[in-house]
Design a protein around this ligand. Structure first.
Ligand code: PMP
Length: 435
């Protein structure tokens, strides 16, 4: 039974396991936004495999693509050979890219996870610029392999630095790393970065790349202002520093545009993508300006770069997202969800933010004194209780942020208005019960 399964896994698995700690469920069936547990209960999934399942669980076009691939007897493991599935996937992937970027872009298939593609992007830019190091931001999350983890900000699991990181302040209005807040904080962050890079005597070497998330996800759902992104683009361009945009979580329509960076009009030099591009199967790529393609043949190898099922599921997903304009749907339902969250008017809600269907609710100690910017201390324990209360009400939500006090909503892009309203209803009840 499900208790036996959970107990055995708890006994056998390392203490490093994460989600299983907070969600004591044994999923056995799922469709769309609904997951059914072995205990007969069902859940509305606002986690979507950490933002992976753009079309929800077992969407018919994805299931059909997987079935057809298997029924055709395709080789399911192909290293990095050319296959019909890879051909279709690459065509779909390039069709999602803004024209200015797609024109001379190259793609490199990477190991199966987002972190592998981040590694590839760091390696590529070091080779192409003949420089070391990377400029990366407070609160960033880029993955669990050593360089990606080192580039991440404020992670506790980090051990030896494998990379020389210049840590720069990310524009986070509610808890501004520069203590300024709002537009002023974003302006100061951009000025600081510009001066560090522009001044040859700043003591900060020009890095091989700047790596950023357009909306920080694990860091607490923090969108960067468009103007700040444009200033990052301008300053990196003027120093010939490749700009790597990590869209592992924001990509494929989640934020209301196919790629989150499109909203600001910037064109990155390197785009890192994973999660949703594989339609639920493991797949990760870097897409980059053709003239950066100077690494040697075999410079980035890996056994699992030719997952035929992932290519098929990914191509079907990208096509469906594009043909049904799901970015617009994400924008519309996201606005409805966000309005609902803003109207909850609970004293423990410190901030509501996000873009499209990537939303965050920062919980705070309602009775504590606000700091000089009006932010109250993060309420991590309360957030944990609210997550549990959500689970009791059949709603899966995960936490994130610097203090694990941000409720993160990442529903599938196919979420309906009714489901969005149901999420809001359950969340409101959970907040009342947890507080
Ligand atoms: N970059 C970002 C922005 C992410 O959100 C994540 C995963 N949450 C990663 C990289 C790492 O991806 P993976 O877990 O597939 O290695």
């Amino acid at each position: 039974d499900d208790t036996g399964i959970r107990n055995r896994q708890t006994a056998r698995e390392s203490s490093a396991r994460t989600y299983a700690r907070h969600f004591p469920i044994v999923p056995v069936r799922a469709e769309g936004m609904t997951v059914h547990g072995a205990d007969g209960r069902s859940y509305l999934d606002c986690l979507s495999g950490a933002g992976t399942l753009a079309l929800g669980h077992n969407h018919p076009v994805v299931v059909d693509a997987l079935r057809r691939t298997i029924d055709a007897g395709r080789p399911l493991h192909t290293l990095d050979l050319a296959t019909p599935e890879k051909d279709a996937f690459t065509t779909e992937l390039f069709a999602t890219l803004p024209a200015g970027f797609a024109r001379n872009a190259k793609v490199q298939f990477c190991g199966p996870a987002g972190t592998d593609a981040v590694e590839a992007a760091l390696k590529l830019t070091q080779i192409a610029t003949d420089r070391g190091g990377v400029a990366a931001f407070t609160g960033a999350y880029h993955g669990m392999t050593l360089a990606a983890l080192t580039a991440s900000g404020g992670t506790t699991g980090k051990r030896a630095p494998a990379l020389d990181v210049t840590r720069l302040p990310y524009p986070y209005a509610y808890r501004c790393p520069l203590g300024l807040g709002g537009d002023l904080g974003a302006h100061a962050s951009a000025s600081y970065v510009e001066r560090l890079l522009d001044d040859p005597n700043s003591g900060v070497p020009i890095p091989a790349a700047m790596l950023l998330e357009v909306v920080q996800g694990e860091g607490g759902v923090i969108p960067a202002p468009d103007d700040w992104l444009r200033r990052m683009r301008a300053v990196t361009q003027s120093h010939r520093v490749p700009l790597i945009v990590d869209e592992v979580q924001t990509g494929v329509g989640r934020t209301g545009t196919m790629w989150a960076h499109e909203r600001s009009g910037i064109v990155p030099d390197v785009l890192v993508a994973s999660k949703a591009i594989g339609g639920g199967q493991p797949l990760a790529v870097v897409v980059f300006r053709g003239d950066l393609d100077v690494w040697a043949p075999g410079a980035h190898a890996g056994t699992f770069r030719g997952n035929t099922l992932a290519m098929a599921a990914g191509a079907a997903t990208l096509r469906f997202v594009r043909e049904n304009d799901l970015p617009r749907h994400a924008e519309r339902i996201g606005a409805r969800l966000r309005e609902g969250l803003e109207s909850l008017d609970h004293p423990a809600i410190g901030d509501v933010r996000g873009q499209g269907l990537m939303l965050g609710v920062e919980l705070v100690e309602a009775d504590a004194e606000p700091d000089h910017l009006g932010a109250r201390p993060a309420a991590s324990a309360l957030a944990g209780r609210v997550r549990t209360e959500c689970l009791r009400r059949g709603l899966l939500v995960e936490l994130g942020g610097r203090h694990d006090a941000v409720l993160r909503l990442l529903p599938p892009l196919v979420i309906t208005e009714e489901q969005a309203d149901s999420v809001l209803e359950r969340l409101a009840e959970a907040l009342s019960a947890g507080a």
